[in-house]
Design a protein around this ligand. Structure first.
Ligand SMILES: NC(=O)c1ccc[n+]([C@@H]2O[C@H](COP(=O)([O-])OP(=O)(O)OC[C@H]3O[C@@H](n4cnc5c(N)ncnc54)[C@H](O)[C@@H]3O)[C@@H](O)[C@H]2O)c1
Length: 266
């Protein structure tokens, strides 16, 4: 019990996929602010990567960056290697990278389907598979999958995204069961609308189709699904992820936690 408490209070090495922007970036700031070592990751130019590292230079923990493309198994292995080299073996994995494409299923491009499944679902599996053995031998680990409300309910035109996010919730539950005996928890966070670049094209589509300004389009997008017609601040997801790695969350596992303004309560 005592040994466990020490583990909880120490600085951990944390890999956050897709942390160059949006929710991942906010999560990275929350963990860095709390004194953890963070591995930043995402598709970014050298210039952006440098600016990002400068943004994190003031924190007490170490930091690294990888631009590995995680749409393949080899890309995931590269990210694991880059992370171990930069900040050591991560005991916290946050699978956050994700992409979106909207179209009716009968018109959905095969290439987009494959890409969404690869990045939003398979990468989470490959990274978990590669990092779990060390977490298991250390007797402590945290896996947090940033799924979506679309891991719990469906919307039109999001066949690949819903399939991937429902799959990610299922994967989370299996990882929770398989690793419950080693102080490793696995949970999914299921956000509704979050104020990030990912939702911008959908806002622009509504603005174009309905000939309204962007603020009206945003209110229309969020309010159409959420009883609370307010997009979530990305830092709220970061704070929840941090909580899931803290002392009081050590029996929360296999959960899919909605942060969705009441969307999935309907
Ligand atoms: N924004 C929302 O409203 C919302 C709601 C629910 C769930 N989510 C989920 O949250 C996560 C983050 O979303 P966001 O809105 O912050 O997105 P974002 O577009 O702001 O950031 C996506 C990140 O993923 C990285 N990425 C994309 N493809 C990659 C690849 N092939 N290899 C490596 N990195 C890649 C990007 O570089 C970027 O860092 C996603 O999984 C998304 O599905 C977002």
């Amino acid at each position: 019990m005592r040994e466990f408490t020490v583990q909880q209070n120490q600085s951990h090495s944390v890999l956050i996929t897709g942390s160059t922007s949006g929710i991942g970036l906010a999560i990275a700031h929350c963990f860095a602010r709390a004194g953890h070592h963070v591995m930043l990751h995402g598709l970014a130019s050298d210039e952006t990567a440098q600016a990002l590292r400068a943004e994190f230079a003031g924190y007490s923990g170490n930091q690294g960056f990888s631009a590995a493309d995680i749409s393949t198994e080899a890309g995931c292995a590269q990210l694991v290697a880059d992370t171990r080299e930069a900040i050591g073996n991560p005991s916290i994995l946050i699978n956050n990278a994700g992409i979106q494409h909207t179209a009716p299923a009968h018109e959905f491009p095969a290439e987009k389907w494959q890409q969404i499944l690869a990045i939003n679902l398979s990468a989470g599996f490959f990274l978990s598979r590669d990092l779990l053995p060390a977490m298991r031998s250390n007797g402590w680990g945290r896996i947090i999958n940033i799924a979506s409300v679309h891991g719990l309910v469906a919307s039109e035109h999001k066949s690949a995204y819903c399939a991937a996010k429902h799959g990610l919730v299922g994967l989370t539950k299996v990882l929770a069961l398989e690793n419950a005996d080693r102080n490793i928890t696995a949970n999914a966070i299921c956000p509704g609308w979050v104020e990030t670049p990912l939702i911008q094209p959908q806002i622009e589509n509504i603005a174009r189709e309905q000939q309204v300004d962007l603020d009206t389009a945003r209110a229309e997008l969020v309010g159409a699904k959420q009883p609370m017609a307010r997009a979530t601040n990305p830092s709220a997801i970061g704070e929840l992820a941090l909580y899931l790695c803290g002392e009081f969350a050590n029996t929360i596992t296999g959960a899919a936690l909605p942060v969705d303004g009441g969307w999935s309560a309907q």
